[in-house]
Structure formats: structure tokens, C-alpha cells
Design a protein around this ligand. Structure first.
Ligand code: FAD
Length: 330
């Protein structure tokens, strides 16, 4: 039994399943992988079920109990809020990350509302002789501007280097965190960079949404698989706000390109100009990233239109892999 459908929970579920164990994942939210929007996470739900992982969404663990008569569980009977009882021989809790800040608190360092250590752009705490980095600090989300805790190895490493620069009086600013991340789940990979539609709606930031399903590489070369891509950008300016990709091949490369574009403040139409490596086994002469621009770069898509609302309420366009044309509006 794995409790929590975040990165760690899903990676554990995959590994336990690969070892031949029966695996159940319980997730309190109605989707796994919170950094993805629900329609993108649904690919992961499918992949889990395809691999015979039992999924309980929108339900949470209320208690661990001893087995009753007729129940067999070497570890515990896990009782869900819904009343469902699941017999488990092993329970893995992957319930999220909370900074352990007792040392900082005892040293009188300022903490933020999320419980992380507050630092300035030089990663300095309110005590100018003390710097803090990594999972324990609160960072500014670069798109929403909200304080966030984004426990990832890349930002922690960057922060470590920047804090060291500042300690040695080489002024260096931390620009913020974009939360670029990737997960492998059986035969699928899911990757994302910065704002998803849920975050943007919460922050009241308007966005346009593109859904694309390009092939991972040239269609005439064997083995191309569709990639589900979602690109979010600002109406009017076309400035990129975030992207998500789920698929069997080539999504991590696309997210890394899109992450670079988001971080450098590029607009959706700039994507059309990107010259990306192409040979048939790796991509297409019109790479999926270029395709985002070709559809999203159309000013018609930026104007308020009478298109139906997307799953989450913003306007979105759906581009099919086959024709590359907008075949359906959500
Ligand atoms: C199972 C797992 C898988 C992960 N996979 C990924 C991944 O694939 N990609 C990714 O981007 N991120 C991943 N992460 C997150 C990533 O590991 C963290 O974001 C990163 O390690 C944070 O770096 P850090 O230096 O802040 O903390 P840590 O790497 O945790 O280092 C903190 C160190 O400080 C030590 N310490 C704590 N208190 C004290 C004290 N009082 N005195 C002295 N030492 C102390 C700890 O023992 C620890 O060694 C994963 C995390 C986990 C748990």
C-alpha cells in the first residue's frame, strides 16, 4: 500500500509492482501528481491501472488498525475515510515534504507562512551572517509570485552555489524557482515546468491553453508515439507561463526546451523560431515545440473568443498530431 500519489509515492508504486507485489495507491486529491493539471494526470491514472495498480483517488487514510477476524495483513489494515478497509503487508507513506526548521527557529531566523526559512534574493536569512538553501527555504514562484516550497534537487544545487558566491562576496542573485520536474511511471514519462492551469486560476492570472498531441518523432520513422502536451501562455503578450508533457518518448526533451523558454521570458510565437536538433528517430522537422508556436502563435488564439471553456475554465485549443490543425475546441 502506498499512501500519497506524488513523485515518491508513484515511483515506489512502480518499483514494488515491478517486483511482482500487488500495489494499491491511495491519494487524497482527485488526481495523482499535483504539478500536472487533471486532464494530464489522467494519463498516469490509466498507466497505473494498465499495470494493475489499484488506485483510490479522493480518499485518504483515516486510521491503521489491527486485522479483524477474517482479515490478513502483516503490517496493518488501512482504513480510509470512506470506510474502505485495505489489508496491507507493507505501507509506504509518501505524503509530501515539510521543512525541518527547528535549528533555524531556535537561532531566531524568520520563517514564512508555509513553515520554510525566509531568505532574500541573495539567499540570506534575516540574520545577515546566515544563509539558507534547499528544501528548507521558501522561494518565490516565478510565475505566480507566491511564496512556495519546491523541494527539488536542481534548485537546491543552484541555491548552494549562489549562497557560496555571496558568502565569498561575489554578488549573485537567486532568480526563483520554476519547479521543472520529470517522473517516469512504467512506460510513461510526465514532465512539467512552472505554472499549471490550477495555479494560474488560484492566482487570478489569465491564460490561454493549448493541448497538442504531436508525434515523438517523424511519423514515417517506426516507433513514433504521441506526446500529450499542454502549453499555457498569457493572452495578449503570448508570454509562456508553463507547460506539461506526458508520453512514452521524447517528453523530457520538450519540457527542458519549454522550461528554458519560460525562464527566459519567451513568448509562444518565439517557439516557432527555435532551431532544434532533428533526425527522424529523434524528432520532426517541425518539432512538437515548434508546433506549439504554430498554433499558439496565431493571434486569433489570443483574442477573447466565443470558444468553449477548457476543462478548468480557460480557453484552449486542441491540435491533433495527424493534421496539425485545430480539430476541436474545448
Ligand atoms: C526519495 C527521494 C527522491 C527524490 N528524487 C528527486 C528527483 O528525482 N529529482 C529532484 O529534483 N529531486 C528529487 N528529490 C528531492 C531532492 O533530493 C531534494 O530536493 C534535495 O536533496 C534537497 O537538497 P537539500 O540540500 O536541501 O537537502 P538534503 O539533500 O536533504 O541535505 C540536507 C543534509 O543536511 C543534513 N542535516 C540536517 N540537519 C542537520 C544538522 N542539524 N546538522 C548537520 N547536518 C544536518 C541531513 O542529514 C542531510 O544530509 C528526491 C527526494 C527524495 C527523498
Amino acid at each position: 500500500m502506498v499512501v500519497g500519489g506524488g513523485y515518491i509515492g508513484l515511483e515506489m508504486a512502480e518499483q514494488l509492482r515491478r517486483r511482482g507485489l500487488g500495489v494499491t495507491v491511495v491519494e487524497a486529491a482527485t488526481q495523482v501528481m499535483a504539478p500536472l493539471d487533471p486532464e494530464m494526470a489522467s494519463w498516469l491514472h490509466q498507466e497505473l491501472r494498465r499495470n494493475e495498480v489499484t488506485l483510490h483517488l479522493g480518499d485518504s487514510v483515516a486510521a491503521f488498525e489491527s486485522p479483524r477476524d477474517g482479515e490478513a495483513a502483516r503490517a496493518s489494515v488501512v482504513v480510509l475515510k470512506s470506510g474502505t478497509r485495505i489489508e496491507a503487508d507493507t505501507v509506504v507513506l509518501g505524503l509530501g515534504v515539510r521543512p525541518e526548521v527547528s535549528l533555524a527557529k531556535n537561532a531566531g531566523l524568520e520563517l514564512g507562512q508555509l513553515g520554510g526559512i525566509r531568505v532574500n534574493e541573495f539567499l540570506q536569512t534575516n540574520d545577515p551572517r546566515i544563509w539558507a538553501v534547499g528544501d528548507a527555504v521558501e522561494v518565490r514562484d516565478r510565475v505566480t509570485g507566491f511564496w512556495s516550497i519546491i523541494p527539488l534537487a536542481g534548485p537546491a544545487n543552484r541555491q548552494g552555489r549562489i549562497a557560496a558566491d555571496n558568502i565569498f562576496q561575489r554578488t549573485s542573485r537567486y532568480e526563483g524557482t520554476w519547479g521543472t520536474a520529470v517522473l517516469r511511471l512504467f512506460d510513461l514519462t510526465a514532465a512539467c515546468t512552472r505554472a499549471n492551469e490550477k495555479m494560474l486560476r488560484k492566482a487570478g492570472i489569465p491564460c490561454e491553453v493549448l493541448h497538442l498531441h504531436p508525434g515523438s518523432h517523424a511519423g514515417y520513422y517506426p516507433g513514433a508515439e504521441p506526446i500529450a502536451m499542454k502549453v499555457l501562455f498569457a493572452p495578449g503578450t503570448g508570454r509562456l507561463l508553463g507547460a506539461q508533457a506526458v508520453g512514452a518518448e521524447g517528453r523530457d526533451k520538450r519540457i527542458d526546451v519549454l522550461a528554458t523558454a519560460v525562464q527566459r521570458g519567451m513568448s509562444v510565437q518565439d517557439l516557432a523560431e527555435l532551431e532544434l536538433a532533428y533526425a527522424p528517430p529523434f524528432g520532426s522537422a517541425k518539432d512538437p515545440v515548434n508546433m506549439g508556436a504554430i498554433r499558439g502563435g496565431s493571434p486569433a488564439l489570443w483574442r477573447p473568443a466565443s470558444r468553449p471553456r477548457s476543462v478548468l475554465g480557460s480557453r484552449s485549443a486542441f491540435v491533433s498530431r495527424r493534421s496539425g490543425a485545430r480539430t476541436k475546441a474545448w
